[in-house]
Design a protein around this ligand. Structure first.
Ligand code: N01
Length: 475
């Protein structure tokens, strides 16, 4: 008998899990999706200019290569289209329950019970696939509620609000802001970008694929495979070392500085935009249109500390900045994994309490005391240099390898000593990485890096390919 599986979330991870189950002939699964549509982060982040800075052929499932990509780096609309295509092609859409937010998952010693606003339901296996960047983080700046104009977060873009001719304030300058700022700058009468910390920026060599190239991708699957492999190797061999080794970081820094110098002529602006922390410490912004937008005459980069939001705009330590619109590009509650869902495991263990010092899971997938519960894109599985889809597929492979041990009535749980050894291994590897040298969404307020994988993704693939035993035990 096959286990009854609940998948929570219908983004890249949840869909991948559902497709793999479907392909394995395991139809006893349900996907719970709190929103009215699939797509996860690529449904939510519909801001102008939204797209991916990982090449399209690499930002795809290995089992579903796609000849329809129109450009090297996919737009949000294309990625969402790809996910819809996959859901339909593999017949998983009918298994998605939309508008079904799971608020609690409780283990009763034998099965998991999921709470939604309907009847509680029991499952043998739960796969959490809610993402790391799913909950927007609004900053706690005093006075935000008093603003008289229109304000919204970048991941909840207000498409009804026309920015033409407006005075716009953008707070934050990470990857999201870098992508929408060129579009906003082209419409707004005036744009002020409030930058707390500058980012390292490298160019994005984007281009459309000419029709002949697309045809070649369509009819020569080997070409698509080779291109995907090449882009993967490039990220692994050229970008990953910069996150760990000084000489390689120096090269990346040189490249970023050359980009800054080529695109920003004004030395005062250039000085404002030059970071003083190691490159790669925060997620490097990959974009070629961001700096030119900041150089426009209607755009200003404000680096004074924000004191409060007023009814008319933003007050800094130095001056008042009037605005009609405030866009918060202030990131996500990235270290609050699975929150606000309440997850209660064996013996009444509360997952949030177990993770009080920071989320952790063996391979980023399994946590002690939580049998038959797996995570996709869980703790310490984010990459600063390569495709998350690759990581998700490794995780799904691992869960698929666990499934034969999980027929109804059988439960697997990672051994506590394996988890402790994993933690020690992560800590040792983390010490070699660049992320300690600044504050970022990769770490908790206390400085523990809970989000990133501190190794090459090839190593992660090897580790997740190990058989589940002896790391797991039956409980
Ligand atoms: O969010 P962020 P994001 N006052 O957390 C600032 C992925 N992504 O949405 O650096 C003033 O990076 C904060 O300042 P500081 C990608 O992995 C991928 O842009 O903390 N400022 C920072 O500038 C990315 O890394 C793609 O000093 C405040 C900004 O807000 C991740 O999503 C595209 C503040 C937050 O930046 C998140 O990117 C887009 C305050 N109180 C995004 N609080 C791809 O192409 C925060 N800030 C794959």
């Amino acid at each position: 008998m096959t286990p009854k599986v609940a998948i929570i979330g219908a983004g890249f991870g949840g869909l991948c899990m559902a497709i793999r189950l479907e392909r394995a002939g395991i139809g006893s699964y349900t996907v719970f999706e709190k929103a009215g549509d699939l797509g996860g982060t690529w449904r939510d982040n519909g801001y102008p200019g939204a797209g991916c800075d990982i090449p399209s052929h690499l930002y795809s499932y290995s089992f579903e290569k796609y000849a329809s990509w129109t450009r090297r780096y996919p737009s949000q609309a294309e990625i969402l289209g790809y996910l819809h295509h996959c859901a339909d092609k593999y017949g998983v859409r009918r298994k998605i329950r939309f508008g079904a937010e799971v608020t609690a998952a409780t283990f009763d010693g034998s099965q998991w019970h999921l709470t939604t606003d309907g009847e509680p339901e029991a499952f043998d296996v739960v796969v959490m696939s809610v993402g790391q960047l799913n909950r927007p983080r609004l900053p706690g700046i005093p006075g935000m509620a008093e603003f008289n104009g229109t304000s919204f977060h970048s991941a909840r873009w207000n498409h009804e609000h026309d920015l033409t001719g407006r005075r716009v304030a953008v707070i934050g300058n990470g990857s999201s802001a870098a992508q929408f700022i060129p579009h906003v700058a082209a419409r707004a009468a005036r744009l002020e970008v409030f930058q707390r910390t500058p980012n390292w920026v490298i160019p994005k060599p984007d281009a459309t694929f000419p029709p002949a190239t697309r045809q070649a991708f369509r009819y020569l699957p080997g070409l698509q495979r080779a291109y995907r492999e090449w882009t993967y190797r490039y990220a692994e061999n050229a970008l990953y070392p910069a996150l760990a080794q000084g000489w390689s970081r120096d090269l990346l820094k040189k490249r970023a500085l050359a980009h800054l110098h080529a695109q920003v002529r004004d030395p005062r602006l250039r000085a404002k935009l030059t970071p003083d922390y190691p490159v790669g410490c925060k997620r490097v912004v990959i974009d070629s249109a961001f700096y030119p937008a900041l150089c426009r005459p209607n755009v200003d980069v404000v680096t004074d500390k924000i004191v409060r939001v007023t009814p008319n705009g933003v007050q800094t330590a130095e001056s008042a900045h009037e605005a009609d619109t405030i866009i918060y590009a202030t990131g996500f509650r990235s270290t609050e994994f699975l929150s606000p869902m309440r997850v209660t495991g064996r013996g009444g263990r509360d997952l949030a309490e177990q993770w009080a010092d920071g989320a952790e899971a063996y391979l980023g997938i399994s946590a002690p005391n939580f049998p038959n519960l797996f995570m996709l894109y869980g703790p310490n599985t984010n990459l600063g240099h390569n495709s998350i889809v690759f990581m998700i597929e490794c995780q799904v492979n691992h869960i698929m390898a666990c499934l034969p041990y999980l027929s109804p009535g059988r439960r697997l749980e990672v051994r506590p000593e394996v988890m402790a050894a994993w933690r020690a291994q992560l800590d040792a590897s983390m010490a070699r990485m660049v992320w300690g040298g600044c504050q970022s969404w990769y770490k908790t307020a206390e400085g523990r890096i809970t989000n990133n994988w501190p190794g090459p993704s090839t190593l992660y693939r090897r580790l997740t390919a190990r058989p589940p035993r002896p790391a797991y035990r039956q409980v």
